[in-house]
Design a protein. Structure first.
Length: 78
């Protein structure tokens, strides 16, 4: 029966870490691309730039975003 040595485990662990990091990167890219983080980004920006003011609600934010896209379609596909 063979046992794994540290030399054999280390490259496998490195490969697994690389795969996990790549998966996280792809997930971040897709959620950002799809706009899943848009409201959180807006709130962080609003609190930094306008500290004394209350940010829009999430519903208000998305309504305004959709209205802006309807007025200025730009390069979107649909």
């Amino acid at each position: 029966m063979s046992t794994r040595t540290d030399a054999a485990v280390s490259p496998m662990r490195a490969m697994l870490d690389l795969i996990v990091r790549a998966g996280r990167g792809i997930r971040w890219y897709m959620t950002t691309l799809m706009g899943d983080t848009a409201y959180a980004t807006y709130v962080a920006h609003h609190r930094r730039v306008h500290p004394g003011e209350e940010p829009m609600t999430e519903r208000q934010f998305w309504r305004q975003k959709m209205d802006d896209q309807d007025r200025n379609p730009g390069a979107r596909c649909c």
